[in-house]
Design a protein around this ligand. Structure first.
Ligand code: TPP
Length: 331
């Protein structure tokens, strides 16, 4: 059933998509100032998928975001300063304290698992969390995000099949953004719609316009309801496009200009602004005000992060094992 949304919810969708984009734009400046350690990965053009899907979840649900899903982490409560610190390898709460980069951070209390780079491997992890939840009657739903490229791994198949056959409350969101690095989807998969893969596992597969935040929200709500009702796993394919290269080093020269032009017209934020204005939920002035507030907030958060210290070298011995403190105490 389609969920009815309040004015505030519609505006929240906008806020988080805008926050995601502006945060990444601020990170780009930091990258050019040489303050970012490692690569910078943007989700330009894909913000609606991460934000809309995360809004369909409740506290206690768990996600494993990938590099295009910072928006989902923001919805789950991560603060921009944590993202800035993480990208700049600084010390501090909510970061990996310089051990890992970009959005590779975890906070089980807020419901996000730190991803690892091996594509597809998080599917099995999230199936495991869903299984634990089912065994403990916790009614937790897990969402695993991955790109079209990641579906070509054996780990994807094993994980989705396992979740399907055990009827686990796991939703796999395939972000079909046209390319895996420089490989167009047609060069690594012969089906046009990734959602049809769900048939092979005996679970529902739904295609959604990944640039339409409301559509993504509604599709995820449906999958969440199934999962909570004990009906098991499902797949959502969000059709979207990666509007920049894989990371900052990649100028995307392999993507035809016309394709970029077509997708530019489908920009999730620009179109959502028009939608809000048409529905009389916002005006140019109110949107401008919100954008400016976000920029001012991000400036503060970036400055806090920039003043944060780097982790002390000795700290690399901590947090290696779960019971770190007792290891240190035993010395
Ligand atoms: C198993 C595995 N193979 C290769 C890589 C290297 N790699 C990192 S990102 C990437 C492309 C990912 O494409 P996709 O899954 O479509 O996600 P997108 O970057 O388009 O969001 C590749 C090949 C990896 N991390 N893991």
């Amino acid at each position: 059933m389609t969920k009815t949304l309040s004015k505030q919810q519609y505006l929240d969708f906008y806020y988080y998509m805008r926050l995601t984009r502006s945060l990444e734009e601020r990170l780009t400046i930091l990258f050019r100032q040489n303050k970012v350690v490692g690569g910078l990965y943007r989700s330009l053009g894909q913000e609606a998928t991460a934000v809309g899907s995360a809004f369909a979840l409740r506290d206690g649900d768990v996600i494993s975001p990938l590099i295009r899903d910072m928006g989902a982490m923001l919805v789950k409560g991560v603060k921009p300063q944590e993202i800035f610190k993480q990208y700049m390898a600084r010390d501090g709460e909510g970061t990996s304290k310089g051990r890992d980069l970009n959005i590779h951070i975890a906070d089980m209390k807020r419901g996000f698992v730190g991803p690892i780079s091996q594509l597809g491997d998080m599917v099995a992890v999230m199936a495991g969390i869903a299984l634990a939840s089912k065994m403990q009657n916790k009614n937790v739903v897990t969402v695993v995000y991955l790109g079209d490229g990641a579906t070509s791994t054996g780990a994807f198949h094993e994980g989705v099949n396992f979740a399907a056959v055990l009827r686990l409350p796991m939703i796999t969101i395939i972000e079909n953004n046209g390319y895996a690095f420089s490989t167009p989807t047609k060069n690594q998969c012969l089906v046009e719609d990734f959602a049809v893969k769900a048939k092979g596992y005996g679970i529902p597969g739904e295609i959604v316009d990944g640039n339409d935040v409301v559509a993504v929200y509604q599709a995820t709500c449906k999958a969440v309801e199934r999962a909570r009702a004990g009906e098991g796993a499902s797949i959502i394919e969000a059709k979207t496009f990666r509007m920049l290269g894989h990371a900052q080093h990649d100028n995307q020269s392999y993507v035809p200009k016309e394709l970029l032009e077509t997708w530019k017209e489908k920009d999730p934020i620009k179109n959502y602004q028009a939608f809000l204005k048409k529905k009389k939920l916002a005006t140019d002035a109110s949107l401008k005000e919100m954008d400016e507030k976000i920029l001012a907030y991000l400036e503060e958060e970036a400055n806090i992060a920039d003043l944060a210290p780097f982790p002390v070298p000795e700290s690399s011995l901590e947090d290696v094992y779960y019971e770190t403190q007792s290891v240190t105490q035993n010395k």
